[in-house]
Design a protein around this ligand. Structure first.
Ligand code: AMP
Ligand code: ZN
Length: 112
């Protein structure tokens, strides 16, 4: 399967790691949209939030737990944003579930 985030999870493509355990990998986005911009992915290939089911949803809670730990380590006391883009209308460009952790600047709402 030709999935860039699976390759990053397996160490076949390098990344700047922020956190790793047996289920989740967090790494810095190549094209940062904020002073802190980290991607959190399940190591298991899940295409998008559309594919979340009772069988695979536990990793989503774990991703949020890791995001909170990273936000504390990065001293994002002022706040931060967790973003999941899903599907074409959601602006998803990599077809492996990921959550963006964005922080270090003030965010606008609603997003474009
Ligand atoms: P999305 O548009 O939500 O699918 O986000 C995909 C994100 O992956 C974008 O912010 C890209 O900059 C980022 N990205 C793509 N390839 C890599 C890579 N090899 N290493 C780090 N980030 C990447
Ligand atoms: Zn994948």
């Amino acid at each position: 399967m030709d999935c860039i985030f699976c390759k990053i999870a397996k160490g076949e493509i390098p990344c700047k790691k922020a956190y790793e355990d047996d289920r989740v990998l967090a790494f810095y986005d190549l094209d940062p949209q904020a002073p802190a911009h980290i991607l959190l992915i399940p190591k298991e290939h899940i295409v998008s939030a559309w594919e979340i089911t009772p069988e695979n949803s536990a990793v989503v809670g774990h991703i949020f737990e890791v995001a909170a730990k990273l936000a504390r380590e990065l001293h994002l006391e002022g706040g931060f944003r967790l973003v999941n883009n899903c599907g074409e209308d959601g602006g998803q460009t990599v077809q492996h579930l990921h959550v963006h952790l964005l922080g270090g600047r003030s965010m606008q709402w609603p997003p474009g």
